[in-house]
Structures are given as structure tokens and as C-alpha cells.
Design a protein around this ligand. Sequence first.
Ligand code: GDP
Ligand code: MG
Length: 182
Amino acid sequence: MQKHNQKEHLYKLLVIGDLGVGKTSIIKRYVHQNFSPHYRATIGVDFALKVLSWDAETVVRLQLWDIAGQERFGNMTRVYYREAMGAFIVFDITRPATFEAVTKWKEDLDSKLVLPNGKPVPAVLLANKCDQGIDVLMNNGIKMDQFCKENGFVGWFETSAKENININEASRCLVKHIIASE
Ligand code: GDP
Ligand code: MG
């Protein structure tokens, strides 16, 4: 039952990053609590809704926007970005090229979308497939905290859609920053 004094927020969140990094898998895990190694690449944009009881007074509805197909071009249209309140940028921890693409995705996002207050939208970086035991970041001595500071990410997480690692935590981090920036 909705309480009389309950606040509701609806946030559009983008999930972007190169093909095959696990965007769809992360959303399926987060929203439907499952994982399959064989998702069909649907073409177009897909939505999923996740409802969070944020605290005693607040319900947060997250509308997660998946993309399929267009990510091969490394950029999205303004229509896709419009009115988003936050973003996850995902790379595959086993494939260095997908990490190199992260700054390009971040630039694409920031060049096409700013919040009503003129600030960039909060973005969280997801280093996905951490269950694979291959860490290109460590191997290349990349300091993630430093990288996030330099590139304007509010945080980063090693995630696994397969093993359900850190996806809830990453989402809470993003929502916390969205609420704080409102
Ligand atoms: P998308 O193109 O970014 O949407 O990526 P998908 O979600 O379709 O995932 C691409 C492939 O990576 C699929 O075979 C997934 O099963 C696999 N995958 C996704 N997330 C993980 C993960 O956390 N761990 C492992 N081992 N495989 C994953
Ligand atoms: Mg996909």
C-alpha cells in the first residue's frame, strides 16, 4: 500500500558501452534475477523497470534503457539520451578495447545530454565479467579511482551479471548521486 506521505521518483537510466560487454545481461540480472549465456541481440531500444524501496518515505522507479545494434557505431542519438537522469557505462574486464571505448562513450553522453541544472548526468563505470579472473586493468596498472576522477565518473564497480556481483551496489551508488543532485 502506498502511504500518504510517500515520495516517488521515476528515473530514466541509460546502459551504454560496446557490443558484448554485458549490458543486456546486467539489466536482466538486476530486474529479472536471471542470467543466460545466450541473449538474442534484439534490434532497437529495450526497457526494463526496477522498483526500489529506497527508504521509509521514498520509492524509486528505475527505467533502464538497453540498446541493441546501435552500439557498434559507438554513439547514440540525442533522442535516446533525452531526459535521462543517470548512466551506467559498461566495459568487459577481459577485453582492453572495450575499456578504451569508455572515454568515447562518456564524451558522447556528455556532449548530447546535460541535466536541467547544466551539470553532466551522474555516470557509474561498470567493469563487468569480473568472474572471469582476467583483469586487464590490473595488468595495465590502470588506477580506477584516478581514472574516474579524471573522466567524471561518480564511482566504479567490478560487476558480474553471471555471478550477481555488485549490481545492486552500483545501482544504489548511481541513485544516491541522482537524488543528491536534484
Ligand atoms: P551486450 O551486447 O552488452 O548487451 O552484452 P550481452 O549482455 O549480450 O552479453 C554478451 C555475452 O557476455 C553473453 O554471452 C553473456 O552471457 C556474456 N556475459 C555477460 N555478462 C557476463 C558476466 O558477468 N560474466 C560472464 N562470464 N559472461 C557475461
Ligand atoms: Mg545487448
